[in-house]
Ligand binder design. Structure first.
Ligand code: S3P
Length: 450
């Protein structure tokens, strides 16, 4: 293993250029851990805040997104100890007891914070809340949660015909609905279930295909009256249903592990073990897609930790081939599509990704940004309205690329640069801290620079 050159160049304000120049004989080795699952971290903080009694969280993600969740709930009266990975204590204030905050709640860059929290705010009768976020979040669609909440009787106002943040919410006592969601979105599903906690009767959400089920698992563990029907992809919550503080052990985030799975697969003579990764079946689409592409990935030491399946993942480099990714698998790998596109660039043949129009309304337009930035390095990625067509087997050259402040784009470009000749400069690389603050340190470590 020989070291690559990875340097960080501070620019004006907080922005950073990251410069990566891989050694000609680079191979990746090591046993690593990824930070805690982002989805589970948000939910542990939120449910802890509204439960009765104390919740203890270990393995919490210390990224910017869960910090946004913690500060919003602290502003509404929950006592949350200093965030760390060892043990965070959340003193819950009990169902329906969120206090009216004295200032605007700031969800930062986090779609999960704002959308899930809206379900709780809307159902706090008699209290008034205002919510905003950063420029990316203020451009992302909120009507997907506002519409069902309005059907339940809530009052929410926002920019552009009540579709964009900043939002104002007048909490109401809501009525139960059966919502047939047009999209498979865990944020939409969870928002409605959280609104259903204090709502008298049965609140039901049906989705077109199954999205991540962390909310269902955790709500049940906290004592909610919740039933899932796998035949129809429906979840029913019967309210009002009190929650009780629990111990949550957050596994490593498979969406963060995905960068190392692809890196280990495409960089020759590599072998990485990523320990303690959450392998909930609603999240493992990435493992199935990489298996279709011929990647050598093994799950070892499979176990269940606090209601979530966990394993160590071993990846060895292999020759990848193209595949088609579409349909029901998409919600199970939605956040991994930028890094899957990187894998496809190094696979023989043409990979097609369809049914993923949701990518256009993530932290950035991930279809446009992935295609533009990888093409700057010499890849052949064509945008489709709902996906991408990627012709593999072209060789990449280092270029100046930009994360567009999207954490997953910053990290995907860093992995692509490991196989590019010459120097790649990634602008606004600091975006990685949203979900993976230690990403570049671990990158140096597996490259032998650490
Ligand atoms: C998330 C759900 C997904 C995912 C996001 C986290 C969650 O979003 O992309 O990163 O924690 O519920 P959608 O529900 O919009 O698909």
């Amino acid at each position: 293993m020989s070291a690559s050159v990875i340097t960080v160049e501070k620019r004006e304000s907080a922005s950073q250029n990251l410069i990566i120049e891989p050694a000609a004989s680079l191979s990746l080795q090591g046993r690593i851990r990824v930070p805690g699952d982002k989805s589970i971290s948000h939910r542990a903080l939120m449910l802890g805040a509204i439960a009765e009694g104390e919740t203890q969280i270990s393995g919490l993600l210390l990224g910017e997104d869960p910090r946004s969740t913690a500060s919003c709930f602290q502003a509404m009266g929950a006592e949350i100890s200093e965030l760390n990975t060892e043990l965070v204590r959340v003193k819950g204030i009990g169902l329906g007891n969120l206090q009216e905050p004295v200032d605007v709640l700031d969800a930062g860059n986090s779609g999960t914070t704002i959308r899930l929290m809206l379900g709780l705010l809307a159902s706090h009768a008699g209290r008034f809340f205002t919510v905003t976020g950063d420029s990316s979040l203020r451009s992302r669609p909120m009507s997907r949660v506002i519409k069902p909440l309005q059907e339940m009787g809530s009052q929410i106002w926002g920019r552009k015909g009540n579709t964009l943040a900043p939002l104002a919410v007048q909490g109401k006592s809501l009525k139960p609905i059966h919502y047939n969601s047009p999209i498979a979105s865990a944020q939409v599903k969870s928002c409605i279930l959280l609104a259903g906690l204090t709502t008298e009767g049965k609140t039901i959400v049906t989705e077109p295909s199954l999205s991540r089920d962390h909310s269902e698992r955790m709500l049940r563990a906290f004592g909610a009256n919740l039933v899932t029907d796998h035949q129809t992809n429906s979840v029913t919550i019967t309210g009002p249903t009190q929650l009780y503080g629990q111990t949550v052990i957050v596994p490593g985030d498979i969406s963060s592990a995905a960068f190392w799975l692809v890196a280990g697969a495409i960089v020759p003579d590599s072998e990485l073990v990523i320990e303690n990764v959450g392998v909930n079946p609603t999240r493992t689409g990435i493992l199935e897609a990489l298996a279709m592409m011929g990647a050598d990935i093994q799950q070892e030491n499979q176990r269940e930790v606090a209601g979530e399946p966990v394993a160590d993942l071993r990846v060895r480099s292999s020759r990848l081939k193209s595949c088609t990714i579409s349909g029901d698998i998409i919600p199970r790998l939605i956040d991994e599509i930028p890094i899957l596109a990187v894998a496809a660039v190094f696979a023989q043949g043409t990979t097609i990704i369809r049914d993923a129009a949701e990518l256009r309304v993530k932290e950035s337009d991930r279809i446009a940004v992935t295609a533009q930035q990888l093409n700057k390095m010499g890849a052949q990625v064509t945008e489709l309205p709902d996906g991408m067509e990627i012709t593999g087997g072209t060789s990449l050259s280092g270029a100046e690329v930009d994360s567009h402040t999207d954490h997953r784009i910053a990290m995907s470009l860093a992995i692509a640069s490991l196989k590019a000749s010459g120097q790649t400069i990634i602008q606004r690389a600091e975006a990685a801290a949203v979900s993976y603050p230690e990403f570049f340190t671990t990158l140096q470590q597996v490259c032998g620079d650490g």
